[in-house]
Design a protein around this ligand. Structure first.
Ligand code: MV4
Length: 451
C-alpha cells in the first residue's frame, strides 16, 4: 500500500493524478518548475517541491532532480503522467533501482514498445492484425526496393525509435525511395540517436483508432473499448470520442480478444493504449503502443465508468483487476473531448498570458479537467493545453449538442483559445455524420481559407 506518491508532471494531468490519489487516501507530492509556482497542482498536493528552472530539460525532464524530490519527501512511488518522463525506460529503471515504484509498465516493456518494429513483430506473433511490411529493419536501398515492389506502392518508411511523425517518409515511386530512405535515416539519427527504419504499406486516408488497455501484475488484461482520434492537426489531437462510429461490435470483440492475448504475452502491465489505423474497407491495422496514460483517457472513463488513473495506482500496489473493476467492462452512451488550447483558432500561434476572465461550464454529463483559474498566467514554456472539456450523452447526437452547449458557456478572456475552432468543427456536416479521417482538419482548414 502506498502512503505517498510523487507526481512527476504539471498541469491538468498532475491534478488528475492528485484527485485519484486523494480518493484512495494516498498523500501526494507535487514537483514544479520556477514557472509553475502558482499552478493548481502545487496548491492541491499535500506537499510541493521546486525541482528547477522553467526549462523542462532542467526540471520536469531532469531525472536526478525528480528522484531526489521523491527521496527527500519519502515517497513510495512516482506517477509520470503523459509526456515528459512517462515513456522513458531509463527513468522507470532508475525509479525501481532507487526503491521507488514506477506507476506504469516495467522498464524493459517500455523500452521494447519504444522500438516500433519490435512491437510490430510481437503483435503479429500474438495474432493482432498488422500492415504488410518489413520483418525487421531496413538494411539497404535494394532490400527496401524489393520489399516495396512486393507490397505495392505507396509505402511508408518509419523510424523504429520514432513517434509523432518524425523520421517518417511516404514513398510513392521507386525512383524516390533511395533518397527518402537516406533522409528518414538522417532525421531519425538526429532526433532519436537511432537511424534504423522499417517499411510498411501506406494507407492514404486512415482513421486513427486506439484501444485502452489495463493490465495487472498477475497476468490479467482488460480492454476498455476504443477511442476515435482522427480529428488531428500536425499530430496534435483536437477532438477524441468513444466509441468509434466505425467499430462494429464484432470488430471490437475481435480486436479485444487479440489484444488480451498480445498484451499478456508481452508482459504488459498498468495502463496503455494500442494505436491502429483503419483503412477504407474498415479493417484495423496495428501501428504502435503508447506505454502511458493518455490525454484523452477521460472519454473512456465516461463510457466505461472506470477511473483509469485510480486503476493505475491500484494496479501498481498489486491489486487484481477483478477487484478494481468489480464486474465486466461495458460501454454506455457516447463521450467527446475537445482540447482547449491557448492558441489562436486560425493561425495556431501560441497564446500564453493572464486569464483575465474564466468560467468553466458544468451540468449533467460535463467534465472539465484543467489546472487553470482566474488571473493565473499561462507560462510560455510548455504545451498549449489549458483545459479538456469532456461530455457524455446517451448517444452521439446528445453528446454533440451537450458539447456545443458547454463550449458556449466556456468563457476564457485574456488569451486566444481553440474554442471557436471547436465550434466550427462541431457545425461541420461531415463531422456530424461521422464521415472523417485523419485528413479532415487539413481539408477543413483549406476549405475555410478558400471560401
Ligand atoms: C501511417 C500512416 C499511413 N500508413 N502508417 C503518423 C504518426 C505515427 N504515429 C503514425 N502516423 C501515420 N502512420 C501507415 N502505414 C499515416 C500516419 C499519419 C497519421 C496517423 C494518425 C493520425 C494522424 C496522422 C497524420 C498523418 C499521418
Amino acid at each position: 500500500m502506498f502512503q505517498k506518491i510523487l507526481v512527476a508532471n504539471r498541469g491538468e494531468i498532475a491534478l488528475r493524478v492528485i484527485c485519484a490519489a486523494r480518493e484512495l487516501g494516498i498523500k501526494t507530492v507535487a514537483v514544479y518548475s520556477e514557472a509553475d509556482r502558482y499552478s493548481l497542482h502545487v496548491r492541491f498536493a499535500d506537499e510541493a517541491i521546486c525541482i528547477g528552472p522553467a526549462k523542462s530539460a532542467r526540471s520536469y525532464l531532469d531525472i536526478p532532480s525528480v528522484i531526489s524530490a521523491a527521496e527527500i519527501t519519502n515517497a513510495d512511488a512516482i506517477h509520470p503522467g503523459y509526456g515528459f518522463l512517462s515513456e522513458n525506460a531509463d527513468f522507470a529503471e532508475v525509479c525501481e533501482t532507487s526503491g521507488l515504484r514506477f506507476i506504469g509498465p516495467k522498464a524493459d516493456v517500455i523500452r521494447m514498445m519504444g522500438f516500433k518494429q519490435h512491437a510490430r513483430t510481437v503483435m503479429k506473433k500474438a495474432g493482432v492484425p498488422i500492415l504488410p511490411g518489413s520483418e525487421g529493419l531496413i538494411q539497404s536501398s535494394d532490400e527496401a526496393l524489393e520489399m516495396a515492389e512486393r507490397i505495392g506502392y505507396p509505402v511508408i518508411l518509419k523510424a523504429t525509435a520514432g513517434g509523432g511523425g518524425r523520421g517518417m517518409r511516404v514513398v510513392r515511386h521507386p525512383s524516390e525511395l533511395p533518397n527518402l530512405l537516406a533522409s528518414a535515416q538522417a532525421e531519425a539519427g538526429a532526433a532519436f540517436s537511432c537511424p534504423d527504419v522499417y517499411l510498411e504499406k501506406y494507407i492514404d486516408s486512415p482513421r486513427h483508432i486506439e484501444f485502452q488497455v489495463l493490465a495487472d501484475l498477475h497476468g490479467n488484461v482488460e480492454i476498455l473499448g476504443e477511442r476515435e482520434c482522427s480529428i488531428q492537426r500536425r499530430h496534435q489531437k483536437l477532438i477524441e470520442e468513444s466509441p468509434s462510429l466505425k467499430v462494429t461490435p464484432k470488430l471490437r470483440a475481435d480486436i479485444t480478444a487479440s489484444l488480451k492475448k498480445a498484451m499478456g504475452d508481452i508482459g504488459y502491465t498498468n495502463a496503455g493504449t494500442v494505436e491502429f489505423l483503419m483503412d477504407e474497407t474498415g479493417m484495423l491495422h496495428f501501428i504502435e503502443v503508447n506505454a502511458r496514460v493518455q490525454v484523452e483517457h477521460p472519454v473512456t472513463e465516461f463510457v466505461t465508468g472506470i477511473d483509469i488513473v485510480k486503476a493505475q495506482l491500484r494496479i501498481a500496489m498489486g491489486e487484481k483487476l477483478t477487484d478494481i473493476l468489480k464486474g465486466p467492462v461495458t460501454l454506455t452512451g457516447h463521450a467527446i473531448e475537445c482540447r482547449i488550447n491557448a492558441e489562436h483558432p486560425e493561425t495556431f500561434a501560441p497564446s500564453p498570458g493572464r486569464l483575465t476572465g474564466w468560467n468553466v461550464p458544468g451540468g449533467i454529463g460535463v467534465r472539465v479537467d484543467t489546472c487553470a483559474y482566474t488571473d493565473w498566467t499561462i507560462p510560455p514554456y510548455y504545451d498549449s493545453l489549458v483545459a479538456k472539456l469532456i461530455v457524455h450523452g446517451r448517444d452521439r447526437a446528445e453528446a454533440i449538442a451537450r458539447m456545443n452547449r458547454a463550449l458556449s458557456m466556456f468563457v476564457v478572456e485574456g488569451i486566444h483559445t481553440s474554442i471557436p475552432l471547436h465550434q466550427r468543427i462541431l457545425a461541420d456536416p461531415q463531422f456530424q455524420a461521422g464521415e472523417f479521417d485523419t485528413n479532415f482538419i487539413p481539408r477543413f482548414l483549406a476549405k475555410k481559407a478558400g471560401a
